[in-house]
Design a protein around this ligand. Sequence first.
Ligand code: SAM
Length: 283
Amino acid sequence: MDENENAPRSDSRRSGNSPRRETAPKRSLGQNFLVDGRYAEAIVRRAELSEGDWVIEIGPGRGALTRRLLERGVQLLAVEKDAQLAAELAASLGGPPRLMVHEGDVLNMDVTSLLPADVIPIVVSNLPYNVSVPILFQLLRHRDRIARMILMFQKEVADRLAAEPDSREYGIPTVLAWLSCQIDTLFDVPPSAFRPRPKVISTVIRVTPFAEPRIPITDRLFFERMLNLLFQKRRKTLSRSLKMSGYALPSGVDPPIDLKRRVDTLDPRELVALSDWLRSATR
Ligand code: SAM
């Protein structure tokens, strides 16, 4: 795609009696604004919206996606951490009933609780890269109130979320994401589509949450602690890394996994089986 088609005009290029200037993008808030309209359009199209749907946009920024979402006739809640951008957006795109702009940090709230209790929204976001994975897991905590999510990540992070066992990208985010949602990779977006340009390629994915985890886990906290301990030693055999991590092995029940394997060769089902087996030794 060519650069800048349909790109929002920069206020700093305006002439005449409209001297307002855009504030400089804040790196600390991951502000890489989408300026190529065709990618913004493609993201919104892949959300498969119908008029009247409820949508939550995380980090609307200068409104590249927000405008297009409103054009689809949806009801939109936009949650923005940057107070100035939140105020500018509300001023330029209007307020309720179709658009609610909420100034706040999505990491510290359940965004779905801002909507009526019977609403199951669709989430759309060009996520701030520096906190994209924590935001995903924060949203997945409330997944019973989310229909689907169309999210843009750095390509490297998107690859990690959708990775296969025994690959370099496979890790804790892969396992936790696999348990609670289906991830489909949709398309890549080049650095030229943003201002300022990021150094890396981005990828848009669709996340479809499951109401219940794909497989039951006896003790979720025990499981997550095990992942943290074992993935720190991903090159070691399980028997070695379990010993180094201080686990007592259950006696009388064979391990469900060959302990000569390494943790990063185990698929999520095998990891849950290992956790449940280790947990049985602590009872
Ligand atoms: N949606 C716009 C676009 O596509 O051009 C902006 C995307 S920009 C990559 C990320 C946006 O998320 C910024 O507007 C930033 O201020 C906002 N943001 C960063 N951290 C946030 C947080 N914790 N909660 C809510 N918004 C956040």
